[in-house]
Ligand binder design. Sequence first.
Ligand SMILES: Cc1ncc(COP(=O)(O)O)c(C=O)c1O
Length: 393
Amino acid sequence: MRLSERVERRDFQGEFLDVILKAAADPSLISFAGGLPNPDSFPTEAVRAAVNKVFDEKGFNCLQYNAAEGYGPLRQKICDRYKATMGLDYSPEEIIITTGSQQAIDMFTACMIDEGDEMAVENPSYLAALQVFHHYGPKIHAIDLLSDGIDTEQLAEVLKTSNPKFMYIIPNFQNPTGLTYSEETRVKMAEIVKGSDMFILEDNPYGELRFQGQAGHSMAYFLPEQTCLVGTFSKIVAPGMRVGWIACKNKELLEKMAVYKSSMDLHTSIFDQMVINQFLEDNDLEAQVEKAKEIYRGKAQIMMDSIAEYCPEGVEYTKPEGGMFLWITLPEGMKAVDVQMEAIKKGVVVLAGDPFYEYDRDVRTMRVNYSRSTDEQMVTGMKIFGETIKSLM
Ligand SMILES: Cc1ncc(COP(=O)(O)O)c(C=O)c1O
């Protein structure tokens, strides 16, 4: 067998995750390593009712092949929500429904990047997006993420000295850091990007899960023609249904993405699309989002309180205004991988930051997920984690 170079390439991110997620699967461990939504937020009964109604009302149509671009009424609802929550104007023809937002990232990258092309990411970034990018062999510029968003000076320098085709950003409650761009950073970024021919791929899976503070503008507000937005129902309804989307105003790119998508999977499950659409028709999405936000607001607070109480001085952490993650920085001289391995021995899994960086290794940052654990697990787990750090200082 002669495998492609694409799949033979070393997958640092995948290897790293494999080891950790296998360890985290042990039910005797307390794990903050994953990124699963809390099932208490799932609208299980309402989805069950939507399933029955779809069968009753759509008959065989919910089981038939359908259009690659997605189900019209659902595309319309996504536009309505962009208008209501972000003040953005999209028409249904500018939305392609995808099999999770993960597929949207892949589809967009496939249409933009050839081997050796330049692109940019935040440093650190979402590790499964880095894995997608690696399949296409680009030269990646990793631009530091500061506490108020992307380092705009670095971005300006990169745009002056090189020619990235697009930059992938997660401006709200970023995975992995939990950080959010300030409005000032967004405005500055838009000014810098405006004069270039670089596209922005803005991923916003957590944007609706804001439990504190004011939302900033999307890059699509400043640069509608230069920005593609990626969205998902995974964090506000249910991830297992695999329904996401991409919103794009460039007609040529839209057409290419639709053709590419149809070569991958013909279309996203029409059954799942119809069920989500029915769920949205019959239920108040606002109330559903509110329920999820309340869960995460409480959990974020308990996690922050536990870190403050049990982690030694010198440990810093981000204070997320929404989403599912926060980011710990260990005292200087410490290695996150050492802490990760020692904590696992004591029954707690916290993910070292390494796989979220394109280039940096032996970092002293760690990602903490607070969406899935019980309150008791967070207190007990952070106590053990704090003792582990102290023992290695
Ligand atoms: C930043 C980011 N983008 C995309 C995804 C993929 O989500 P999905 O494919 O379920 O829509 C995730 C999942 O955790 C994520 O954190």
